[in-house]
Write a protein that binds this ligand. Sequence first.
Ligand code: ATP
Length: 142
Amino acid sequence: MSTVHTDIVTPAGKVYEGDVHMVCVRSKSGELGILPHHLPIVAPLDIALVRLKHEDEKIVDYVAVHGGFIQVSRNSITILSEAAEKKADIDVERAKRAKAEAEEQLSTLHETSDGYAEAMLKLKRSELRLSTAAIDDAVPEA
Ligand code: ATP
C-alpha cells in the first residue's frame, strides 16, 4: 500500500504531518476521500472533521479543521486553515464555554442581524471540537 504526505497548517503553525493511506475531508461540494497519487485539486473546505487513515486501517488520526482549503499535488496534500486541532489537543471545557457563548449570542439575534453569521460559525466550530473530542478511538469511523 502506498502513502501520501499530508500537512495541516494554520497561522499558528503546523498542526499535523504524516504519511497516510487516505485523507477524508468535507469540501464545500461534498465528501472527498483522497488516496495516494490523486489528481491535483484545490477545494474549499467546510468546518468539519478530517480523518487521516494509516496503512493499517485501524489507525485513524482525527483533526477538527475549521474551513480553509485542501490542495492535492504530486503525491502531497496540504490543508490550510485559520484553525485546526488534533483530537488530543482539544480543550473540551473551552469548547463547551464557546458553545454556550455562541448560543447565548444567537438567542438575542435575528438571522439578518449583525453578528448572526459570526455567532453561527462560532457555534459550528465549538460543536466540531466537541464531536471530535468525543470520538472513540477504539471504534474507527467508516
Ligand atoms: P474561543 O471562544 O474558545 O476562542 P473560537 O471558536 O472563537 O473559540 P477560534 O477563533 O476558532 O476560537 O480559535 C482561536 C485559536 O484557539 C485557534 O488557534 C484554535 O485552534 C484555538 N482553539 C479554540 N478553541 C479551542 C479548543 N476548544 N481547544 C483547543 N484549541 C482551541
